[in-house]
Design a protein around this ligand. Structure first.
Ligand code: M6R
Length: 609
């Protein structure tokens, strides 16, 4: 999603804005730009289509000297990813950067044109620039102009403004999309998140819904949605300490895949009392774990698949019925939710717009809202009653990997806690499940050893036009996750089905040589999945089987490739299988030469619906 930065500094800021934008690259973008107020009093911008390197070249050729400025990485929503549509959008009197969507931009555009302020680009952002310019032309101060325009804008967005003639003022506004303000020494900063600002300061204030901040070198004033000055808490962000580089890895994604044993181990350390083979939840819950008779889980993308695995677990082991839904459907379906019931949202970033809306829907229905997030300072974390953290460190690659396995590890611990409280998991069963979780870091390290073999297998996929993934039980959500990973990284069309569903239609897709990835590790369903596998093999499919040694022994001769993962308790098998589907997609993408860490059209943090 778009990234916003701003600096009210003491020397030239253009290069620092560019550096801060680099730290937002992981969110995904397709053009970038900066604007500064130059010493001669004019607003000047540099913009470029494509990667930040292009903007950097532009800045090298035509440097900017201003000590105050704003910057932006754009992920196109309205209008193509061209230089003309890139931010900042500017008139002679104001420059604007924007994240999110102005839903009523078409009506505002017509109204502005009718009063002599015609739009020149296809973007919704330009409407904000023109609206503020019109207020300034009518004699408003910058603060008055922004305050007048904000209530006219519908949608979820964050904005930053820079004004001609005001060399000590940036204005920031938040309505739906996150915005952080950084406090420096004689300098102040704006960033879409604390990571962007980590090299400058760890002192962060987050704007709340409807807030507008007037930011100067020596501090700021925040006004709430009613225009009243308000105090917002200052936090000490951990982002600087956590910011990482790729080390010796070719991509962030491969580094993050390799980090999984450690990521899962950190996460489990939070939830388990390993010495006593017990789950030990530190979180204070506003309800009794034995109380709820239903759990509603909402999330998007990979986090949704983690929720789907959790449904199988909660229902089987804790005997707790679970409704799990993609947040974008849930939020508009108007599902009836019981007052006093319990909802869980899952999100790596904690900023996904649809997941946040689902959380708010559940809260409005009077539910207790629990969130599983990786970014502790995120909006979803701040709006939840209970935060269940995943402790895997920042995930930079757009494709979620270590966050997924960490979510599953934490969800596994929650299942045990609920099952124990509800009387369905007795101490011996708890000890067995906790031992299975505790063994995960070792099993994940073992699974990573298949890397070289998977790289070779990925050549088969890199030549495919379509790939089918199948699995049963918790292997089905893993098949979905494998197909999603392959689609987003390699752009190869991939679908996933429950293996038992093939005969109801999808088997018609199979023709000679079509790769079918079968996820089938040892559990009570493995033999059934292996039979389904033979059915597609008999119709010419090229089988890539992900299984353990026992499954490999049952595979027979019609399997093209077997990726062997360690044998683990079936409870935690999806976590180990995740490594295989991740590596398969990763190496396929590398063979094909796609942009692994920032696949086309994708954003790390989807802050618009
Ligand atoms: O930050 P979140 O976990 O809420 O993100 C949800 C999805 O956008 C995310 O998992 C997405 O599907 C990934 N690109 C998958 O690899």
């Amino acid at each position: 999603m778009c990234g916003i930065v701003g600096i009210v500094g003491t020397g030239p800021v253009a290069n620092r804005l560019h550096d801060a934008l680099q730290r937002l690259e992981y969110r995904g973008y397709d053009s970038a730009g900066v604007a500064t107020l130059e010493p001669d009093g004019t607003l000047v911008r540099r913009r470029a289509e494509g990667k930040l390197a292009n903007l950097s070249a532009r800045l090298e050729k035509d440097p900017l000297a201003g000590a105050i400025g704003i910057g932006h990485t754009r992920w196109a929503t309205h209008g193509a990813p061209t230089e003309a549509n890139a931010h900042p959008h500017m008139s002679a009197s104001v420059a604007v950067v924007h994240n999110g969507i102005i839903e009523n931009f078409a009506a505002l555009r017509d109204e502005l044109a009718a009063t002599g302020y015609p739009a020149r680009t296809e973007t919704d952002t330009e409407i904000v620039t023109l609206s503020v310019t019109r207020e300034l032309d009518r004699g408003a101060t910058p603060g008055q102009a922004v305050a007048k325009v904000l209530p006219q804008l519908k949608g979820a967005f964050a904005l930053a403004f820079l004004f001609r003639g005001f060399d000590d003022l940036l204005i920031a506004a938040r309505q739906g999309s996150p915005l952080a303000i950084g406090h420096g020494r004689g300098e102040m900063f704006i960033g879409s998140d604390a990571f962007a600002l980590a090299p400058f300061t760890a002192k962060i204030t987050y704007l709340e819904e409807g807030d507008r901040a007037e930011i100067h070198r020596d501090g700021m004033t925040i006004f709430d949605v009613n225009g009243k000055p308000v105090d917002r808490e200052q936090h000490l962000s951990a982002a600087s300490a956590l910011m990482v580089d790729k080390g010796n890895h070719r991509h962030f994604m491969s580094m993050e895949i390799d980090q999984q044993p450690e990521a899962v181990s950190h996460t489990l350390a939070h939830y388990l009392d390993m010495a006593n083979n017990k789950v030990d939840l530190r979180e204070q819950l506003p309800f009794d774990l034995a109380g709820p008779d239903r759990l509603t889980i909402t999330a998007c993308g990979t986090a949704f698949y983690a929720g789907l695995v959790a449904k199988y677990w909660f229902e089987r082991y804790a005997r707790l019925p679970v409704d799990v839904d993609v947040a974008s459907e849930f939020r508009y379906r108007e599902p009836p939710l019981e007052k006093g019931g319990v909802s869980l949202v899952i999100s790596q970033s904690g900023e996904t717009a649809d997941t946040l809306a689902a959380l708010r829907y559940a809260r409005a229905a009077g539910q207790h809202v629990m969130a599983m997030v990786n970014v502790a300072e995120s909006t979803i974390a701040r709006e939840s009653d209970v935060i269940f953290p995943t402790l895997c460190g920042p995930e930079i690659g757009v494709a979620s990997t270590k966050a997924f396995t960490s979510q599953l590890a934490a969800l596994g611990a929650l299942v045990v806690a609920f099952g124990r409280a509800r009387g369905h998991i007795k101490p011996r069963a708890e000890a067995k499940m906790v031992a299975a979780l505790t063994g995960l870091p070792g099993a994940l390290s073992e699974a990573l050893k298949a890397d070289g073999h998977i790289e070779a297998v990925a050549r088969v996929l890199s030549r495919a036009g379509d790939v089918l993934y199948i699995g049963r039980g918790t292997a089905f959500p893993l098949a979905l996750e494998g197909a999603l990973k392959l689609k987003e990284l390699s752009y190869i069309h991939a679908e996933a089905y429950p293996a038992g569903e093939l005969k109801h239609g999808p088997i018609a897709l199979i023709d000679e040589g079509m790769p079918v990835v079968v996820v089938a590790t040892t559990d009570e369903l493995m033999e059934k999945t292996i039979s389904n596998m033979h059915e597609v093999a008999a119709r010419g499919a090229k089988i890539i089987l992900i299984t353990d040694r026992q499954g490999a022994a049952l595979a027979g001769n019609d399997v093209a490739e077997i990726i062997v993962v360690p044998r683990v308790d079936p409870f935690v098998a999806p976590i180990v299988n995740a490594v295989a589907v991740q590596l398969l997609a990763y190496h396929t993408a590398v063979h094909m030469g796609t942009d692994v860490d920032q696949p086309r059209n994708l954003a790390k943090s989807v802050t618009v619906e």
